[in-house]
Design a protein around this ligand. Structure first.
Ligand SMILES: *[C@@H]1O[C@H](CO)[C@@H](O)[C@H](O)[C@H]1NC(C)=O
Ligand SMILES: *[C@@H]1O[C@H](CO)[C@@H](O)[C@H](O)[C@H]1NC(C)=O
Ligand SMILES: *[C@@H]1O[C@H](CO)[C@@H](O)[C@H](O)[C@H]1NC(C)=O
Ligand SMILES: *[C@@H]1O[C@H](CO)[C@@H](O)[C@H](O)[C@H]1NC(C)=O
Ligand SMILES: *[C@@H]1O[C@H](CO)[C@@H](O)[C@H](O)[C@H]1NC(C)=O
Ligand SMILES: *[C@@H]1O[C@H](CO)[C@@H](O)[C@H](O)[C@H]1NC(C)=O
Length: 400
């Protein structure tokens, strides 16, 4: 036997059967993997009752459609694991996710809603429906497996149930008041509500009336990546430690006029990408170390109470595309006005320089801003002509 036929022999006699067997054995496995688990009878009933507790209200808006319309118990439709918006655990068949976002549901969720019998739910998404200004029932606290809870823009009203604090597995908590801007939802105890939610990655609490200080305990949630507390009636001093959370990428605390605070020294390697402090009472200087935020794309500090110098280290923020410095009391604007065309500068698509009292010279920083889409210079004390080089840049609006 030469070496070639020896290899051939080994392959045909030993390896080939092995490979064939592996393929044959794995095939049924992969088939069964694609098969849906069978739905539990009592969960199917609970889902149907939940569906029947609403009126379908159609919106002529893109993306909205009544997912529950396909839920029926007839023919070969009985496996609720196959229903639109429903997901079951592959092994146990229990309903673990219910995503009925933009599903045209109209009606109240009551405390005896069959929803609260779906005890295995990990993900509950009911955003963009109309729950008729009903309260979020306290029974939500029974769904102790929840990791995702999304109730934004769904016309809930009243006090957020304190039972949410027991949902300690939550990593995504999204609550927002309605589109029409009313602060329908409120909480009297933001601090205790979030105290035990130590696994949060995303906390969105927009337009919720808290009349509270920012809980210090948020600075202890090291997993936090996204924090939105916009227009919440927050007051007092913002805990500076929150800026230093190791994974924090997005911090939005704008539209809280009575919230005071200052910016800390920023370290390199900070993951901060977006910082929105507009319309708060943050004050003090912008630290030179802001130049260390090399992931920063968006910074809005308009209508705050910052003063002093705009540090040259801003030039180092190469990812920065949205910068709003409007309505502050800076008295040294040389970073804006003395840029030379040789400087490497961030390329902005939005630059807000409105109502800066000491901005009297046309800002040289606008040279070389070929991507600028929007520029706000309203209310500045600019004198003289708009320089010729300005006419060469692309589409501007908001020009004085
Ligand atoms: C909506 O709420 C109002 C006032 O509470 C109530 O009268 C009405 O029946 C509710 N409609 C639905 C569909 O639940
Ligand atoms: C934050 O965590 C530290 C250490 O675990 C603890 O001592 C402190 O009380 C916590 N702070 C808050 C406000 O929960
Ligand atoms: C702005 O901040 C200064 C301190 O830096 C403070 O004295 C002043 O009252 C603040 N202005 C407003 C409108 O709060
Ligand atoms: C910009 O970054 C470089 C390199 O990290 C550093 O040497 C320089 O001092 C920074 N410039 C400013 C104005 O902070
Ligand atoms: C700015 O623009 C000028 C001419 O338009 C060009 O020569 C220069 O390289 C540009 N500078 C930067 C930093 O892009
Ligand atoms: C405007 O652009 C044209 C062509 O790109 C160039 O020749 C001219 O020098 C520019 N003018 C100014 C004032 O930068």
């Amino acid at each position: 036997m030469d070496i070639y036929s020896y290899h051939h022999f080994i392959f045909m006699r030993l390896l080939f059967p092995l490979i064939a067997c592996l393929l044959l054995c794995l095939l049924p496995l992969s088939l069964s993997y694609n098969q849906l688990p069978l739905c539990h009878q009592e969960e199917r009933v609970a889902l149907m009752q939940f569906k029947d507790s609403f009126i379908i209200k159609n919106y002529p808006l893109y993306g909205y459609y009544p997912k529950v319309a396909s839920w029926r118990i007839d023919g070969n439709n009985t496996n609720c694991c196959a229903w639109d918006g429903v997901e079951c655990n592959q092994d146990t068949g229990h309903v673990i996710a219910l995503n009925l976002s933009m599903s045209c549901l109209f009606g109240s969720i009551t405390s005896n809603s069959s929803l609260f019998r779906l005890l295995h739910l990990q993900n509950l998404t009911l955003s963009y429906n109309d729950f008729n200004h009903s309260q979020i029932p306290s029974e939500i606290g029974n769904l102790s497996s929840l990791t995702h809870l999304d109730l934004v823009y769904s016309y809930f009203s009243g006090q957020i149930p304190s039972e949410i604090q027991y949902l300690s597995k939550l990593s995504y908590l999204w609550l927002s008041s309605s589109f029409d801007g009313y602060n329908d939802l409120y909480t009297e105890s933001l601090t205790s509500l979030v105290q035990n939610l130590t696994n949060l990655e995303t906390l969105v609490f927009n337009g919720i009336n808290t009349s509270s200080t920012v809980p210090e305990s948020l600075a202890n949630i090291s997993s936090l990546q996204t924090l939105y507390l916009v227009n919440c009636g927050l007051y007092g001093q913002f805990p500076t430690k929150i800026f230093h959370l190791p994974h924090l990428q997005e911090l939005y605390v704008s539209a809280n006029e009575d919230l005071t605070g200052h910016l800390p020294e920023f370290h390199t390697n900070s993951p901060l990408e977006s910082l929105f402090l507009a319309s708060t009472n943050f004050s003090g200087n912008l630290p030179v170390s802001i130049g260390n935020l090399n992931s920063l794309t968006t910074l809005s500090i308009s209508n705050c109470n910052f003063s002093g110098t705009i540090p040259n280290s801003f030039s180092n923020l190469t990812q920065l595309t949205y910068l709003d410095l409007s309505q502050n009391s800076f008295n040294d604007l040389s970073w804006l006005t003395r840029a030379s065309s040789n400087d490497i500068l961030p390329q902005f698509y939005f630059l807000g320089l409105a109502h800066l009292k000491y901005l009297t010279k046309f800002p040289d920083i606008l040279r070389n801003q070929s991507k600028l889409f929007s520029l706000d210079l309203e209310g500045s004390n600019l004198q003289g002509l708009i320089p010729k080089w300005m006419h060469n840049d692309t589409s501007h609006n908001g020009m004085p």
